[in-house]
Design a protein. Structure first.
Lengths: 293, 301
């Protein structure tokens, strides 16, 4: 099978080259750069741990940015997934127009990442925008969305929750693949709808909940377009997410070393949380009914 | 047991009452479900409908009311927005987007098919570890490799060209697609390929004439997703493209916000509508592939 071995690698070649040049080497280089001072003009100067020391002890922008990022991720991801699951569960009934609804709910996911939608969001939430008009029309006082630090981040959370469609499609596909006889068995045993959902449906969904959770979390930690276009990180840095901070340090101020250090802290947080998710999944993700695994 | 002791007529009316009650409950729950779905659907789509309507309004009308129908429809936003404040029209920026997307999609389709073929149909040393690396790349946040990649492209002299946007994808850099195609290929039977091999076809001929046609729907999904993501990509062009004549639509839209937003709202909204139109058209023409693609990606949690 010598020829097979050679052939396998031949077809794999593009990936291997890309993996080394565009992923592995940059990955290690950025770790190295995080211990240096580098402005792209002269060669990198080794400065040991001083970037990290500055980050954790003297950089108040970093403290603020990290807090905002964690608040953003831990509010957006659960909200989005709960909403996606809720809608998927409703769509899973034998409804007419299911395809129509599925399409309508999926359209925002297709467009959500685009700049046009971020632009639209600025109009919707501006002082005289559509959202405030709606709020005023039902008799409440309009909200200062972008001027008030407590509200601005929420507009970005809403934008990403608006794009719940792709998570919903995954939930719906999983719901539709659940064996109907399990529901019949539960109903014969006298379980009500709510009990059935929590004790039959939810355990069977844990593999896709896990998948959605990890993917959405990794994505949310890298949110850039929303704060860059909608709020420019303000007001008072209340939407200054870490990717925005990294972008400005690296590509506006050309502090490549310091930006790499921030990137590595962000990477470490994502990695630890992903590992926690994988590790804990042994306890709560239910694979027994899944013949594929 | 109590039913047994009741007179027959009473039993029947009790049954009927129960059935009627059940029917009423079903009706109520159906009404609740449908109104909820319509409500959510309205909230989802109204911003988009409003966007399209507002792009035909005059500037003074945009913030005057919540309705989407313009009172005196005007194309002013489209005509003036298309001209932009640069020496180029939006046509130029659409052309640039097209120039970025086409090679990227072709490169992605070819390289990811080759790599998926290797993983799904060949045995070679370190295969498990290498496939593990696909998952690792899939989960690796780009933020950690972006700075050295920028430095690499600068050293290669590729800044302000489309090469940094094309080349990583042409080397199967989007692990999601590799993963998707491997999953799909593994679920396909191999007997056609074996028959071709018996007939003397080599592995490349088998790939092109047997595997690629069978991969059809999955490959269409890959191309559509890559089209969509590249059309929406903002950070990549923001970092690598600096001359305005090479701007794709995402950067051009950002530029027009910076230069005209203070007064000319309808221009911005009109150009926003234009930039999302290709994605919408493609989605509605081929939504089956999107739904299937995204479901297939999630199936293997």
């Amino acid at each position: 099978m010598r020829s097979q071995r050679f052939l396998g690698y031949a077809y794999l070649a593009p990936y291997l080259i890309g993996l080394v040049i565009f992923t592995a080497i940059p990955f290690l280089t950025s770790l190295y750069l995080s211990f240096t001072s580098y402005d792209l003009m002269s060669s990198p100067q080794w400065t040991g741990l001083s970037n990290y020391e500055r980050l954790f002890t003297r950089d108040r922008t970093f403290d603020k940015s990290l807090t905002v990022t964690l608040v953003y991720v831990f509010s957006t991801v659960p909200l989005k997934l709960a909403f996606a699951l809720f809608i998927a569960a409703i769509l899973n009934y034998k409804l007419k127009f299911i395809n129509f609804f599925r399409t309508a709910f999926y359209v925002p996911s297709i467009l959500g990442g685009s700049i046009a939608i971020a632009v639209l969001w600025r109009y919707l939430f501006s002082a005289e925008g559509l959202v405030n008009m709606a709020i005023a029309s039902i008799g409440f006082t309009p909200v200062d969305w972008f001027g008030d630090p407590t509200n601005a981040l929420f507009t970005i959370t809403l934008l990403r929750c608006w794009q719940f469609g792709s998570a919903m499609v995954i939930f719906l596909a999983a719901l539709q693949s659940i064996d109907k006889s399990l529901y019949e068995a539960a109903s014969i045993d006298g379980a009500g709808k709510v009990t059935t959902f929590f004790f039959v449906t939810l355990p069977l969904l844990t593999p896709v909940i896990f998948f959605n959770l990890v993917m959405q979390m990794v994505q949310a930690f890298q949110e850039f377009n929303g704060p860059y276009i909608i709020t420019q990180g303000g007001p008072l840095k209340s939407t200054y997410l870490l990717p925005l901070y990294i972008y400005e340090e690296a590509f506006k101020k050309f502090n490549m070393g310091y930006a790499s250090a921030i990137a590595w802290v962000l990477f470490a947080i994502i990695m630890v949380l992903t590992l926690v998710a994988f590790w804990s999944s042994k306890k709560w993700v239910y694979y027994a009914g899944d013949k594929r695994s | 047991m109590t039913d047994m002791t009741l007179p027959k007529t009473a039993a029947r009316t009790a049954d009927e009452a129960a059935a009627a009650k059940r029917a009423r409950m079903d009706l109520i729950s159906a009404v609740v479900r449908y109104s909820l779905l319509f409500g959510v659907g309205f909230l989802m789509l109204y911003p988009l409908i409003w966007l399209v309507g507002a792009s035909f309004k005059t500037n003074s009308e945009i913030f005057a009311g919540a309705g989407f129908l313009p009172e005196s429809p005007t194309l002013e936003g489209y005509v003036q927005g298309w001209q932009t404040s640069t020496p180029y029209t939006f046509g130029r920026f659409f052309w640039n987007s097209f120039l970025i997307i086409l090679p990227k999609v072709i490169g992605t389709a070819i390289s990811c098919t080759m790599v998926a073929y290797a993983f799904a149909r060949f045995e070679f040393p370190f295969k498990k570890i290498l496939f593990g690396s696909v998952i690792a790349v899939l989960l690796l946040p780009n933020v950690v490799t972006r700075i050295p990649q920028y430095i690499l492209f600068r050293d290669l002299g590729w800044l302000d060209s489309f090469l940094p946007l094309w080349v990583p994808s042409a080397l199967a850099g989007d692990a999601f697609f590799v993963f998707m195609l491997v999953q799909f290929l593994r679920s396909l039977p191999t007997d056609m390929e074996e028959a071709a091999r018996v007939d003397g076809a080599n592995s490349l001929q088998t790939l092109i004439f047997i595997v690629v046609p069978m991969l059809g729907p999955a490959l269409v999904s890959v191309c559509l997703f890559q089209f969509m993501w590249t059309m929406n990509d903002f950070l990549g062009p923001l970092i690598y493209i600096s001359s305005v004549d090479k701007y794709p639509v995402s950067l051009a839209l950002k530029l027009s916000i910076d230069t005209t937003e203070a007064f000319e709202w309808n221009r911005i909204l009109a150009m926003s509508v234009l930039t999302i139109t290709p994605a919408l058209v493609v989605f509605f023409a081929a939504q089956r592939y999107f739904i299937e693609g995204i479901s297939a990606g999630g199936r293997k949690g």
